[in-house]
Design a binder for this molecule. Structure first.
Ligand SMILES: *[C@@H]1O[C@H](CO)[C@@H](O)[C@H](O)[C@H]1NC(C)=O
Ligand SMILES: *[C@@H]1O[C@H](CO)[C@@H](O)[C@H](O)[C@H]1NC(C)=O
Ligand SMILES: *[C@@H]1O[C@H](CO)[C@@H](O)[C@H](O)[C@H]1NC(C)=O
Ligand SMILES: *[C@@H]1O[C@H](CO)[C@@H](O)[C@H](O)[C@H]1NC(C)=O
Ligand SMILES: *[C@@H]1O[C@H](CO)[C@@H](O)[C@H](O)[C@H]1NC(C)=O
Length: 562
């Protein structure tokens, strides 16, 4: 019996002893595999509760609902001869001589599924969620996935096309390609990548659709580096999605927009650098803005997380010199979004010249430096293996970035979860399941956050009637207080359940005005909520107004207590 459990990361139970931050705890439906699955590939069908999971010789279609998980299995078996051939050719990997489904992608209207098929990869189209049919002839499975499941390949579906990044493995140089779909199939030139090991890929949209790009995150390995030299270099590479390849004599089947940059992850001014890019996640809020989070490791196998601004990266690509090229660049120059759709317009001779430059100079000189010029301040004793991030709107109307970090082995068996909250313009909270603590990162004090104000909700109350103004309590380590009319008067905040209420006393009678609930912790001050209190005047409308007022307050409290 296998104990592998698939659960959504977002429902991890975080309420342990005396937490600093409060979470709503919900137990989500779980699915338990009936046989061991050492390698799994997950594909989430967007905006549905359906998850496709690739396993050994099978695709699980899991439908999550309140009642539980409904599963159907689509089998992708292979003949015994293929297995025997594989075992005799690669005896060391005989466990891996099976059909591991490592690619599941919806590409336009079709569903592409690929399996390692005992070292001889093959792709199928999944039809009606039940039948695997052959792919069109021109699709080469060996360009889409690696022959064995432990060799990392990245698949990305965008705009009806499949993009594939294959890490270098024995006998294969590694590549970035467009492998299936309506557009021309393209590849990287071998000399552009040096033993790439891929960590992720993402579409970075542009305000103009023709300038959309795909970013690839990887490390390169210098296999001839001496023992005391660091062999890894972390990279970001990118291509334009409209790229249709070059001319018949220069780059005919290759990208004409590929460029790569060196990515640094380490504290500025120190020699300690983390050069091995392990995993990436893009948190994009708008077009060409947002952050890229990456897990990096060093030669000692210590992992850290660095964040990069997409704007900074775009700026570096469009303004940097190309490595080893000192002449002025023609316009539109490589690295600018304009180049994406430029070639079709240019004369042959001009295009030829740019293409030759591109072919021989795939790297920019400028390096990509992390936000705050250092890795995020996280505990170093843990080995991070997974990262995802999300933006949430908190009850105080502020947007927070939440980073979920997985520690442990790939098959989730020992997956621990770290949660990091990054506040806008401030530091972050780190919750550690190991030490059962949550610490506020002191560097937030360096960036004195600007006092944020909320829009006061107007509350109409009876002058002498009872009034309770609630303020949600999210941290038991912070101090809460009420300020009236911009600090002229301070009222105490009495904690009651998960709310801090303003309760007037005979010394501090309630008056009309704006009340702001302020929270302060480690020098960071934030406004949580505000109310504009207005006394209802006319005797005739008294009862109606007070009814409305208390209904509104009750509704607000109920909302926070959920
Ligand atoms: C899964 O991996 C374990 C540990 O490497 C191995 O013992 C087991 O045989 C593998 N199972 C399958 C089905 O390959
Ligand atoms: C898929 O379903 C449709 C409608 O039920 C059917 O006509 C078609 O033959 C099915 N395709 C395959 C490959 O089974
Ligand atoms: C790889 O390392 C060797 C030895 O230091 C060096 O001579 C060579 O230039 C490096 N290659 C690259 C592409 O950096
Ligand atoms: C790095 O550490 C992790 C977890 O401690 C371990 O699983 C992995 O094998 C290590 N990798 C290397 C290259 O030592
Ligand atoms: C292509 O040429 C047309 C006509 O000369 C021009 O209007 C258009 O802006 C050009 N497009 C690009 C991307 O340069």
């Amino acid at each position: 019996m296998n104990l592998l459990i698939l659960a959504t990361l977002f429902s991890m139970v975080l309420a342990e002893k005396s937490p600093r931050l409060k979470f709503t705890v919900t137990e989500s439906p779980r699915f338990r595999f009936m046989k061991p699955e050492n390698y799994t590939t997950v594909y989430h069908l967007q905006e549905t509760d359906v998850l496709y999971v690739g396993g050994q010789g099978v695709i699980y279609k899991l439908t999550f609902s309140d009642k539980g998980v409904h599963d159907t299995q689509i089998h992708a078996v292979m003949d015994e001869n293929a297995k025997e051939t594989c075992v005799s050719k690669s005896p060391a990997w005989k466990q891996e001589c099976a059909n591991f489904i490592t690619v599941i992608e919806r590409v336009g209207d079709s569903f592409v599924v690929c399996g390692t098929r005992a070292g001889a990869p093959k792709c199928w189209l999944l039809v009606n969620d039940s039948v695997l049919t052959d792919m069109p002839e021109e699709t080469a499975a060996s360009n889409i996935l690696a022959p064995f499941p432990f060799q990392r390949s990245i698949s990305l579906s965008a705009d009806g096309n499949l993009y594939s990044a294959l890490s270098a493995v024995a006998g294969h140089t590694g590549s970035i390609r467009r492998t299936y779909g309506s557009k021309k199939q393209l590849k990287t030139e071998n000399k552009w990548l040096q033993n790439p090991q891929f960590a992720g890929a993402a579409v970075i949209p542009h305000t103009e659709k023709l300038k959309d790009e795909i970013y690839f995150f990887f490390s390169e390995v210098n296999s001839t580096a001496s023992l005391d030299e660091e062999p890894y270099r972390a990279r970001i590479g990118r291509v334009c999605m409209v790229d249709e390849g070059g001319l018949q004599n220069v780059l005919p089947n290759s990208w004409t927009t590929f460029l790569k940059a060196r990515v640094m992850c380490g504290k500025a001014g120190t020699p300690v650098q983390y050069n091995n890019f392990k995993q990436a996640f893009v948190l994009s809020s708008h077009q060409r803005t947002g952050l890229i989070y990456g897990i990096f490791s060093n030669v000692w196998n210590t992992t850290v997380v660095c964040a990069y601004s997409i704007e900074d990266i775009d700026q570096a690509f469009s303004t940097s010199k190309l490595k080893g090229y000192n002449s002025p660049l023609s316009i539109p120059r490589p690295g600018t979004a304009k180049l994406c759709c430029a070639f079709r317009n240019n004369t042959q001779a001009h295009t030829q010249k740019i293409l030759t430059v591109i072919k021989d100079h795939p790297e920019i000189e400028d390096m990509i430096i992390p936000v705050d010029e250092a890795p995020l301040d996280l505990p170093v004793q843990d080995h991070f293996t997974h990262i995802v991030a999300d933006t949430v709107l908190a009850v105080n109307d502020e947007h927070y970035s939440i980073i979920y970090l997985g520690t442990g082995t790939v098959n989730c068996r020992e997956l621990g979860i770290y949660v990091v909250f990054r506040m806008p313009h401030a530091g972050h909270y780190v919750w550690s399941p190991r030490s059962q603590t949550c610490q506020f990162d002191p560097y937030s004090e360096v960036y004195a956050p600007k006092a944020r104000s909320t829009i006061p909700k107007q509350v109409l109350v009876d002058k002498d009637g009872p009034v309770l103004l609630p303020c949600p309590v999210r941290s038991y380590h912070a101090t809460y207080r009420w300020e009236k009319d911009n600090c002229i008067k301070q009222y105490p905040c009495t904690i009651s359940g998960s709310s801090c209420v303003l309760a007037p006393t005979p010394d501090l009678p309630l008056k009309e005005g704006v009340f702001r609930c302020m929270v302060e912790e480690s020098g960071l001050q934030q406004e949580v909520v505000s109310y504009k209190l207005v006394f209802n005047s006319g005797p005739l409308s008294t009862s109606l107004a007070s009814t409305l007022g208390s209904t509104l307050l009750l509704a607000a409290t109920a909302h926070w207590l959920l």
